[in-house]
Design a protein around this ligand. Structure first.
Ligand code: F6R
Length: 607
C-alpha cells in the first residue's frame, strides 16, 4: 500500500523525508516522490534510493511531504507518482486511498479549463483545492469544501506554497498519524516511520483534518470546528509498528479481513442503488456479452479462489466455467474456442505458470480478463482487462487476505455478468449485494474470537496428519485450509471433497488422523453430517466449522468453531478465516517463522 510521510521543523527536510520513505518501504511500492517547500518536486520510478540519487546538495528546505506509490489508477511512472500539483504548481499533495468519483470530478474540472498531468485519481484533489481558492476561499475553507465533494477514502498530506510554514493533513479510511516532536512535527500513514523521531503520536480519526506547524498542531472536524486531543505515547518498537502491533505480517493480514473486503468492493458496489459497477470492464463489455465459456487458470491459493469463482459463475451467471492448473494448462495442448474468456487470478501478477497460461490462451485468441493485486505487473499488462484487488501488497508469504479479496471480486463479477447476460433476478442480486455489504462485520466477529481459535489449535497441535473436507462452496476451502497448514506448520494435511471420502481417504481415518469438517448450514449440510457420522464411527476426531446456532454438531464433533450465517454463495469467505487462524496458531506454536515458510517464495517467477 502507498506510504505517506511529512515533516515540518527546523532541520533539513529532504534527508528526513527520505528516511521516512525508507521506513515505509516494507509496505511495497513502485515509485516515489517528494516535495520540499522552496526547493521543489522530485519523483522517481522504482526504489527510494533512485529518488535519493536525484536530490542535489542545493535541494534544501524545512517543510515537505513524501510518498511511496503502489499504483491503483495509472501505471507506475514518474508522472503518476506523488506528490501531485494543481495547474499553477501552487498546491502539492500526496494521497493514499481511492477517490471513487474522480472520473466525474475530473470531467467537470477539465470543463472549467483545468489541465491534468497524470492518470491518477489523486490529482483531482489538487485541482479542486485550486478551484476553491481561486473562487475566494481560504485554504482551510477550500480543504473542507473539497473533502465534502470527494467520495472514497483518503489520507492526504498537503503543502500550500502560499503558507510554506505548515502542512495540511486529512483522513478518511486511510490511516494518518501525526508525530509530535520538540520543535518539529511529523505525519505518516504508518507509525513505523515516526517512531525513530518521537513516540508521541496522535491518530487522526476519519473525518478529521489538521494543520501541522513547527511548534503546534491543530485538529478540526469536517465542519471546521476545532477538536482538542492530546497525543498518546506508543511503546512499540519500529519492527512492531510495521506489523501494526501484531507479531507477524500473516496475522496482521488476516486481521485486516474486514477492511480487505470493503476495499475490494469499494467503488464497485453501489450500496444506495444496490448495483454492481465494474468500470474496468467497460472496454470489453461488448465482448463479455458474447462469451460462451470461461476458463479460470492460476496456481495455489489463487487457484482455490478460482474454484469458488467457478461455482459462483455457473450457478448465478449461467456461464460454463472450467478451472485449470496454470502449470498444466500451459503444456497440455488446451483447446480455446472462439467466445472463450480466460481469467488469471494472481496476487503478484508475476507467477510464471499463470503468465505462460494466459499467453497460450491469448495466442489462441481468447479474451483475457484477470484479477490481479499488483498494478503494472506483467499479467496485468498482458491482460485485456484487469480487476484489481485494491488491498495493498501482501507481505506474509502465505496468501490470506488476497484469497478473501479474490473471492469477493468473483462475487461482484458474477453479479455483474449475470446482469449483463440478462439472467439475474433483481431481487436476488439485491439480496446478494446486501450480504456482501454485511460481510466485513461478520468477518470482524470471527477475528475478535481469535483466542478461542488459538485454544482449539493448541489442542490439535500434536497431530501429524490432517484431513480437511468440504462440499460445494466449501470444497475449495478444504484445499485451502490444508494448504495453509502445510505451508506454515509443515504438518501433513490433505484437502478432499467430502463426497470422495468413501472412494479412498476414509481408509486413513483412525484416532490419530483428525478431520476438519466444513459443516456450514447450506444446501449440502445434511451430506456433510453423514460424512462426519462416518468418521466418528471409525473413531476419527472431528473439528467442525459450523454456522452459529448449530446444536446437532455439539453431540457429534469433538470441537466446533462457530462462524456467522451468510448466504451459501459467500460462505467460503466466512469459512476460510478460522482455517487461516488455525494454521497460523499451529505454525507459531511450533516456533516457525510463519511469514517466511521454508522453501517458499512470495512471487513464483520461475517454473
Ligand atoms: C499460498 C500461496 C501460493 C500462491 C501462488 C500463486 O499461500 O501464497 O499458493 O497463491 O503461488 O501466487 P500468485 O497469486 O502471486 O499468482
Amino acid at each position: 500500500m502507498c506510504g505517506i510521510f511529512g515533516y515540518v521543523g527546523k532541520k533539513e527536510a529532504p534527508a528526513i523525508l527520505i528516511d521516512g520513505l525508507k521506513a515505509l518501504e516494507y509496505r511495497g511500492y513502485d515509485s516515489a516522490g517528494l516535495y520540499v517547500a522552496g526547493a521543489g518536486l522530485v519523483k522517481a520510478v522504482g526504489q527510494v534510493k533512485n529518488l535519493e540519487a536525484k536530490l542535489t546538495p542545493d535541494f534544501k528546505g524545512t517543510v515537505g511531504i513524501a510518498h511511496t506509490r503502489w499504483a491503483t489508477h495509472g501505471v507506475p511512472t514518474e508522472v503518476n507518482a506523488h506528490p501531485h500539483t494543481d495547474c499553477e504548481g501552487k498546491i502539492y499533495l500526496a494521497h493514499n486511498g481511492i477517490i471513487e468519483n474522480y472520473g466525474e470530478l475530473k470531467a467537470e474540472l477539465i470543463g472549467k479549463g483545468h489541465k491534468f498531468a497524470s492518470a491518477t485519481d489523486s490529482e483531482v484533489v489538487a485541482h479542486l483545492l485550486e478551484d476553491f481558492v481561486k473562487a475566494g476561499s481560504t485554504f482551510s475553507e477550500a480543504l473542507t469544501k473539497t473533502l465534502a465533494m470527494i467520495r472514497g477514502t483518503y489520507g492526504l498530506a498537503i503543502v500550500n506554497t502560499s503558507e510554506p510554514d505548515r502542512l495540511y493533513v486529512a483522513r478518511k479510511g486511510s490511516p494518518i498519524v501525526l508525530g509530535i516532536g520538540e520543535g518539529e512535527n511529523f505525519l505518516a500513514s504508518d507509525p513505523s516511520a515516526i517512531v525513530p523521531h518521537t513516540k508521541k503520536v496522535l491518530y487522526l480519526n476519519d473525518g478529521e483534518w489538521a494543520i501541522l506547524k513547527t511548534d503546534s498542531y491543530q485538529l478540526f472536524s469536517l465542519a471546521g470546528e476545532e477538536i482538542k486531543r492530546e497525543p498518546t505515547v506508543i511503546e512499540w518498537s519500529v519492527e512492531e509498528t510495521k506489523k501494526g502491533g501484531y507479531d507477524h505480517f500473516m496475522l496482521k493480514e488476516i486481521m485486516e479481513g474486514d477492511n480487505v473486503i470493503k476495499n475490494s468492493f469499494r467503488g464497485r458496489l453501489l450500496e444506495d442503488s444496490l448495483e454492481i459497477k465494474l468500470d474496468e470492464l467497460k472496454e470489453v463489455e461488448e465482448k463479455l456479452k458474447g462469451i460462451k465459456r470461461i476458463i479460470i487458470t492460476s496456481c495455489g491459493t489463487a487457484l482455490y479462489s478460482g474454484m469458488v469463482g467457478e461455482y459462483m459463475l455457473e450457478e448465478f451467471a449461467k456461464i460454463p466455467v472450467e478451472i485449470e492448473y496454470a502449470s498444466e494448462f500451459r503444456y497440455r495442448s488446451p483447446i480455446v474456442e472462439a467466445g472463450t474468456m480466460v481469467m488469471a487470478i494472481t496476487q503478484s501478477g508475476e507467477t510464471a505458470d499463470t503468465l505462460a497460461a494466459i499467453r497460450e490462451a491469448k495466442r489462441q485468441g481468447a479474451l483475457i480478463v484477470s484479477i490481479v493485486n499488483t498494478v503494472g505487473s506483467t499479467i496485468a499488462r498482458e491482460s485485456d482487462a484487469v480487476i484489481y484487488n485494491q488491498i495493498g501488497p501482501e507481505i506474509g508469504v502465505a496468501s490470506t487476505k488476497a484469497f478473501i479479496s479474490q473471492v469477493t471480486i468473483f462475487s461482484l463479477l458474477t453479479l455483474y455478468l449475470a446482469k449483463l447476460r440478462g439472467v439475474a433476478s433483481d431481487e436476488e442480486t439485491k439480496k446478494m449485494i446486501k450480504e456482501i455489504v454485511a460481510l466485513p462485520e461478520k468477518i470482524k466477529s470471527i477475528l475478535e474470537r481469535r483466542e478461542e481459535i488459538k485454544e482449539v489449535a493448541t489442542k490439535y497441535a500434536g497431530f501429524t496428519d490432517f484431513l480437511f473436507m468440504g462440499r460445494k462452496y466449501t470444497f475449495p476451502i478444504a484445499f485451502e485450509g490444508a494448504l495453509k497448514l502445510k505451508e506454515i506448520s509443515y504438518v501433513h494435511a490433505e484437502g478432499y471433497g467430502a463426497g470422495e471420502m468413501k472412494h479412498g481417504p476414509i481408509a486413513m481415518i483412525d484416532p490419530n488422523f483428525p478431520t476438519v469438517a466444513l459443516c456450514l448450514s447450506d444446501s449440502v449440510y445434511e451430506k456433510m453430517i453423514s460424512n462426519v457420522e462416518e468418521i466418528k464411527a471409525r473413531s476419527g476426531k472431528v473439528l467442525a466449522i459450523a454456522t452459529v446456532g448449530n446444536e446437532t454438531l455439539k453431540t457429534l464433533a469433538d470441537d466446533i468453531i462457530y462462524v456467522p450465517e451468510t448466504v451459501e454463495f459467500l460462505e467460503s469467505i466466512i469459512a476460510v478465516i478460522p482455517l487461516q487462524l488455525f494454521a497460523y496458531y499451529i505454525g507459531i506454536g511450533k516456533g516457525y517463522d510463519v511469514d517466511k515458510p521454508r522453501n517458499l517464495a512470495k512471487s513464483v517467477t520461475v517454473e
